[in-house]
Design a protein around this ligand. Structure first.
Ligand code: C6P
Length: 584
């Protein structure tokens, strides 16, 4: 392979051969918890074909050097590869010319770039920025910050119960103060394909600029920014089978020319003196510092891979998967699909409400059977609020998923829902009953718990232990489930209330609850360790070491680890206050 042959273009297959495609993705062929992996978390990040992995490997093994700087062969090769990558990505979204295609770290950085440059120039006090209720936080917060800074206002287009945008409301909302509309092409939480062409046309009729967040569209739909005539279009490489840390911003050249730089430094300048600095031409004006060269090369390989399969073929296959999955999941009693728009792409969000089961529990149990989905608010908290739910379980499909995998998802979900039991809430007549200590000190309690965990290898058995002890969690009276007692940064709803045991100066006890079985298990574990123990001993106990010893660290997702750390921090914070007071 030489420097210019970074991709492995294939002949367009006459028909869509999913097994052949699966063969191109090494990661898919593994077992998780003893079951074949069924990867349905593609909206969060898609897996990488060997062509992408090889392109990056080949680049680092043969061609790496910094770009636009060296006079030597490697630098020239790396520069050529980077430039070639830009051409491929430009073509991928139909950008008319190269200077309109800026490499960014991803969709998030691209939106921030536009808000902080274009937004700062065009939005002033009293102006309005229109978003929609189904935006990802990445397409909310940058605009919110801009509006705070500029004393401008955010307006939000509502969605119907099906998850479709109310275009009638948008039409009423646009007024002379409207400067920008920022809208997702496809909703990551519901899968709704928004009528962006109509939105762009409507906005332009009123002289309003439009940014399209294409993070969830580019993996599934053919995109042509020239045809769309949008002002900006952003997407992330890792969702289109490319590497993380790379993405792109398309912008109309007349906007990009007038926008001030987003970041300053090397490569984005034309000339620097202490008196005056001038900017480089487009697109380099917006690419300060050494860029993600390998990322761009990997993204180009991903784009080639998609083109070789054919976007239409991919879309048709994914549509079949989504239709079948919708039919199967909708038929499971107790399950409700969230997001039933007529036009959808690759995302199936649902909740289990009979008996009620937290999305976190659904996801954790599916994982035990090798099925990877995402649970929670999907970085769309305002949308979840609109639907009156804490979060959903979300299966999202990619070109390599199969009908058989959809069956595994549906069959496993059916089994999980059928085995779910309504939670029995023990009445205490409003009287809190704090648990008794299970040992003389936290270390002794930890040793007893660890004895069980040491004896079993299987995460499924450990998980069941947590579910069992969580089922016996001391009930927490509703009056204690207050906002100050809510533990933040958890994927589920968690309350904790600690106190000093009456008649003692430094013995801690606490009550806790959560809507998720797995979290109640974690809370019960903490009660075993900490309840009825002295503050100083709680503080001295090596909780981190214990979590590692019993393997909880390894088996919890990063999100769950964060939640658990917050719960531990709460008890320790309280113990710290008590210890300080009692030592005075
Ligand atoms: N959504 C999901 O699981 P970044 O993180 O910059 O690559 O993409 C941000 C982003 C922006 N817009 C939309 C519509 C998105 O879906 C995402 C990322 C992932 O839904 C991770 S939160």
């Amino acid at each position: 392979m030489n420097a210019t042959s970074i991709t492995l273009p294939k002949m367009k297959p006459a028909s869509f051969d999913v097994e052949r495609i699966r063969g191109d993705f090494p990661i898919l062929h593994q077992q998780v918890h003893g079951k074949p992996l069924v990867y349905l978390d593609n909206a969060a990040s898609a897996q990488k074909p060997r062509a992408v992995i090889d392109a990056i490997k080949h680049y680092y093994e043969n061609d790496h050097a910094n770009i636009h700087r060296g006079v030597h062969a490697l630098s020239e090769r790396a520069t050529a590869l980077y430039d070639e990558a830009r051409i491929k990505v430009q073509k991928f979204i139909g950008a008319p010319c190269l200077r309109e295609l800026i490499f960014t770290r991803g969709a998030t950085e691209a939106i921030n770039l536009v808000a902080q440059t274009f937004g700062r120039v065009h939005v002033h006090a009293g102006d309005e920025v229109i978003l929609t209720a189904l935006e990802h936080h990445s397409n909310i917060v940058p605009w919110q910050v801009l509006c705070w800074e500029k004393h401008a206002h955010l307006r939000v287009v509502p969605v119907t119960d099906a998850g479709e945008l109310r275009l009638d409301e948008l039409e009423k909302m646009i007024n002379p103060a409207t400067k920008i509309i920022a809208v997702a092409h496809v909703s990551n939480a519901l899968g709704t394909v928004n009528p962006i062409q109509k939105i762009i046309d409507l906005a332009h009729k009123h002289g309003v600029y439009v940014l399209i967040d294409g993070a969830q569209a580019t993996p599934h739909l053919a995109v042509d920014v020239r045809e769309l005539d949008c002002d900006f279009y952003v997407f992330s490489g890792h969702k289109v089978y490319g590497p993380t840390g790379i993405g792109a911003l398309y912008g109309k050249p007349q906007h990009l020319e007038l926008m001030p730089p987003y970041q300053t430094g090397g490569d984005m300048i034309s000339y620097v003196s202490f008196a005056k600095t001038t900017w480089n031409e487009l697109p380099y004006k917006f690419e300060a510092g050494t860029p993600n060269i390998a990322g761009a090369i990997g993204l180009a390989a991903a784009v080639d891979y998609i083109d070789a399969i054919g976007k239409d073929m991919i879309a048709a296959h994914e549509h079949k998967l989504l239709e079948y999955a919708t039919e199967r999941v909708a038929a499971i009693p107790g399950v409700r699909i969230i997001g039933t728009a007529k036009e959808k792409a690759s995302v199936l969000s649902f909740i289990v409400n009979d008996p009620p089961m937290s999305a976190l529990d659904v996801g954790t149990r599916l994982d035990l059977d090798g099925v990877a989905i995402r649970t929670g608010h999907h970085c769309c908290q305002p949308l979840m609020e609109r639907f009156g739910i804490a979060g959903t379980a979300r299966a999202s499909f990619a070109m390599y998923n199969t009908i058989e995998e959809v069956d595994v998802l549906a069959d496993t979900l059916e089994k999980i829902v059928a085995s779910a039991r309504p939670r029995v809430v023990v009445s205490t007549n409003g009287q809190p009953i704090y648990p008794e200590p299970v040992a003389d000190n936290p270390q002794q309690a930890a040793d007893e718990i660890a004895e069980f965990f040491d004896a079993v290898d299987d995460w499924a058995e450990k998980y069941q232990y947590l579910i069992d002890i969580g089922g016996k969690l001391a009930p927490m009276p509703e009056v204690l489930k207050t906002e100050p007692n809510r533990v933040k940064r958890c994927q589920s709803t968690v309350f904790m209330h600690a106190r000093t045991r009456p008649g003692t100066a430094d013995v801690i006890e606490f009550l806790a609850d959560s809507d998720a079985d797995i979290v109640r298990g974690e809370l019960a574990l903490l009660q075993k360790l900490y309840c009825g123990q002295r503050a100083a001993e709680i503080l001295a106990f090596d909780i981190q070491g214990f979590m590692e010893r019993i393997g909880l660290e390894r088996n919890l997702s990063p999100g769950r680890r964060t939640g658990l750390s917050e719960m531990i921090a709460r008890v320790k914070h309280y113990a710290g206050q008590v210890a300080q007071k009692s030592s005075k």
